[in-house]
Design a protein around this ligand. Structure first.
Ligand SMILES: Nc1ncnc2c1ncn2[C@@H]1O[C@H](COP(=O)(O)OP(=O)(O)O)[C@@H](O)[C@H]1O
Ligand SMILES: [Mg+2]
Length: 317
């Protein structure tokens, strides 16, 4: 490559956390970018961006930083202001993905509402029964909360999730609740969703623009409402990582599925379109489970992923 060619290349300024950075194959990524005519420049967002490079593309995984900044963390706030200042000085820089679009996915109540209201999904045979319904609790008042659940059609068992979906470990601390008494375990602000039995299989969809990749992960075994059972506390990572070995994922003997529930990829495409058109994200992802009773596919948890959003929609076959 001569100098002239390298000058003609466009610059991708990239920022991801140190932890993610260590998992990335930088050599391969730089090579691929180069072969498409791009230089890849790792950015330090605590320093002035003007001094680092001129970004034609600003590629980032700032989800946790945006969440922390929105909750008043000063260091995070400084980083976000630095980025926003740079972007407003350079309106021609392409941002993947725009910060305000990413912000939508920081709040479960916010994106669940968007997904639930999205009629285009219903046109594709995607409905919002049990799984899609959710309720938000703002107080610990059980009588009031049970009332909210009834109004929204949310039934036990439920999963209680923090309203804030990113930014700290606690954003992924879940509680599985089997009865009214168990609602004591909720820490508002939080959302509750009806639990869907799905034979402990989670399908993770990773989206890059129009393309996607699906892989399977362990998930929670099947559960029913019960007056006796105490709440079960878990974190997503303990149960749903590729190498998680939680006892919560081991199906009960009578639950061994005879028929393997398969994912209809045609039901995935409208969701991808929705994430792009309604929320404006190119790099994203979501989780799908297949309801073992209705055989409907149920989606939840749209995530902004590095190369990888939440909501609750059920897709009927
Ligand atoms: N409504 C539900 N029914 C059944 N399982 C669920 C439901 N919601 C979440 N889960 C399980 O809990 C895990 C974490 O929930 P999720 O909304 O994906 O949170 P996170 O943002 O931490 O990924 C999921 O991966 C899945 O195993
Ligand atoms: Mg998830």
């Amino acid at each position: 490559m001569n100098n002239k060619q390298s000058i003609c290349r466009k610059n991708i300024g990239i920022w991801i956390s140190e932890k993610k950075s260590q998992k990335l194959n930088w050599k391969e990524l730089i090579k691929t970018c180069n072969s498409h005519g791009y230089n890849l420049i790792k950015l330090d967002l605590e320093k002035s961006l003007e001094d680092q490079t001129e970004c034609d593309v600003f590629l980032h995984k700032l989800t946790d930083v945006i969440a922390a900044s929105d909750q008043g963390d000063l260091k995070a706030l400084h980083i976000i202001c630095n980025v926003q200042q740079y972007l407003s000085n350079h309106p021609n820089t392409t941002v993947i993905d725009p910060i305000n679009n990413v912000r939508i996915l920081l709040n479960r109540h916010c994106y669940y509402t968007i997904l639930q209201e999205e009629l285009s999904l219903q046109r594709h045979g995607i409905f919002t029964p049990n799984f899609a319904v959710f309720a938000e609790f703002k107080t610990c008042n059980i009588e009031q909360n049970i009332q909210i659940m009834r109004q929204r059609g949310v039934t036990f068992p439920v999963i209680c999730k923090p309203t804030i979906a990113h930014g700290s470990k606690s954003a992924h601390e879940m509680v599985l609740i089997f009865n009214k008494k168990g609602l004591n375990a909720c820490k508002p602000p939080c959302v509750v969703q009806s639990f869907v039995n799905h034979n402990a299989v989670l399908h993770k969809v990773f989206v890059v623009g129009n393309r996607y990749h699906i892989c399977q992960r362990p998930s929670l075994k099947n559960f029913n409402a019960s007056e006796e059972l105490e709440p079960i506390f878990y974190t997503t990572g303990e149960v749903c990582k590729a190498d998680s070995r939680s006892t919560l994922s081991i199906l009960d003997p009578h639950d061994k599925p005879d028929i393997k529930l398969t994912l209809d990829e045609n039901k995935i495409k409208p969701i991808i379109r929705l994430l792009r058109e309604k929320i404006g994200l190119l790099l994203t992802g979501f989780d799908v489970v297949i309801d073992n009773v209705t055989d409907a596919e149920v989606r939840f948890d749209a995530k902004f992923r590095t190369y990888g959003g939440g909501g609750v929609v059920s897709l009927q076959p």
